[in-house]
Ligand binder design. Sequence first.
Ligand code: PGA
Length: 256
Amino acid sequence: MRSKAVVGNWKLNGSLVGNETLLKALLREIPRDNPVACVVCVPSPYLAQVRALLEGSGIAWGGQDLSRFAQGAYTGEVSGRMLVEFGSRYVIVGHSERRTIFGETDAVCTEKYVAAREAGLVPIFCVGETLQERERGETHEVLGRQVDALLQRFGAPGLDRGIVAYEPVWAIGTGKTATAAQADEAHAFIRRRIGAKDPDVAARLPILYGGSVKAANAAELFAMPNVDGGLVGGASLVAEEFLAIWRAAVAKVKGS
Ligand code: PGA
């Protein structure tokens, strides 16, 4: 069976006091031996705090972005090695907010994916179409282009032990969720695209859904055969919501 994950993306949110309250609430419920990877991707300045609170627990942590460079004169950047030094196991790469607000191209996202792998991190590679692209019937074309950027650089083995997150841009932070059927269809397309190069890699690749995942819709989304968990923004900041989403993923694992 493919591994499952529920990943919180805190984005530009958090405070020392608030993080501690949130993480202590998660720690009260999430066991060390956890059937669904539970991950928080936090702003870099909080990595030391997060490590101190989570070390040895069933909750892993990581960054939301990394530099495509390993070191040098790149003001403002944070390298994969720095994330690893603070115990990170994961890093989000190519989030749509990075692509649209900070102008990251497919080529830059691919380089960041390479940098993450070289640092020993598990990249969570985000893909997804905008509303206009969906309405124009270009969803597959966009997803295909984003996935191909990686495949061309690496071939399918480069995706092994990575994670892909399908995040339709129109569903992020809008309260609009893709229907379970829309999510599953997109995930199946991504899996087929990778499967055409290497069916084994595609079969074991976890593909998470992201975009307004919340306690109320998680079980329905996670019930779909191609949905292996969630990348959760807003709801990951509320302990009870995030825990309920994690429980929905655990229920799927236990039920199958
Ligand atoms: P959201 O964000 O859950 O707030 O829609 C998801 C994401 O951007 O990863």
